[in-house]
Design a protein around this ligand. Structure first.
Ligand SMILES: Nc1nc2c(ncn2[C@@H]2O[C@H](COP(=O)(O)OP(=O)(O)OP(=O)(O)O)[C@@H](O)[C@H]2O)c(=O)[nH]1
Length: 208
């Protein structure tokens, strides 16, 4: 499966409401695949296990090795990452979300290459952090819990408490020309139209 020196876990966050989309985003089709299936296929070339973090395991179980529920529900994606970190079998966890159809193995592997000595590797694209396609170490769990307990659910506020490696646009462009796709997340029906244009291209399943 994965070709990393150390084994790594992957999670797919799929516990959202898709209210803006009006229908379950994870099970929309982009090209020939459901979005969550697409993510799972690409993620599986980079990680040694896939955990789906969701309150609807019956819908998504087949796209991962196992599912888990949020431990502290009602906290949005941050609660999902927390549960995934707790459940993960390996120290490093590559986080993805079920509305990011075009995650790239090149960016994923770059994150892994940069991780040594840090707690988190987070891409910064067009001036914004990308916390839902980022790499977290299990040693972040305690600080996640401190924030969640206080009702602080902004993931980016965690970064100042960790030894965080910010992955800059120029670095990512060295390995991936289509960053606008990698960090494109679907929220509304209009977004689907855009995704369809890119979605018909074959999946890039780079495994080396
Ligand atoms: N496990 C888990 N995942 C979540 C939760 N909230 C959102 N997510 C996931 O996080 C990602 C980003 O979600 P958003 O687009 O912010 O929220 P959403 O609820 O899916 O969509 P809206 O209802 O339109 O805001 C998606 O993959 C969601 O499935 C949660 O409470 N738990």
């Amino acid at each position: 499966m994965a070709k990393n020196l150390a084994p790594i876990s992957g999670i797919i966050l799929a516990g959202g409401k898709s209210a803006r989309m009006g229908t379950d985003k994870a099970l929309l089709k982009v090209g020939p695949y459901y979005i969550i299936e697409r993510i799972s296929r690409v993620l599986s070339t980079m990680v040694d296990e896939i955990i789906i973090v969701t309150d609807r395991p019956e819908r998504y179980a087949k796209y991962g090795d196992r599912t888990t529920f949020d431990i502290m529900p009602g906290n949005g994606p941050m609660g999902g990452i927390h549960a995934g970190l707790v459940e993960a079998a390996h120290p490093w966890v590559l986080v993805t979300a079920c509305d990011l159809p075009f995650i790239s193995t090149s960016v994923g592997r770059l994150m892994m290459q940069c991780a040594d000595g840090y707690d988190v590797v987070v891409p910064r694209y067009r001036g914004y952090f990308e916390p839902l396609y980022a790499l977290y170490n299990k040693n972040c769990i305690k600080v996640f819990e401190q924030h969640l307990t206080k009702g602080l659910i902004k993931i980016t506020r965690l970064y100042e408490e960790f030894n965080t490696r910010y992955l800059e646009e120029e670095e990512m462009l060295q390995v991936e020309p289509h960053l606008e796709r990698v960090f494109f997340n679907l929220n509304t029906p209009e977004d689907i139209l855009k995704a369809q244009v890119w979605g018909n291209e074959p999946l890039k399943l780079q495994t080396d």
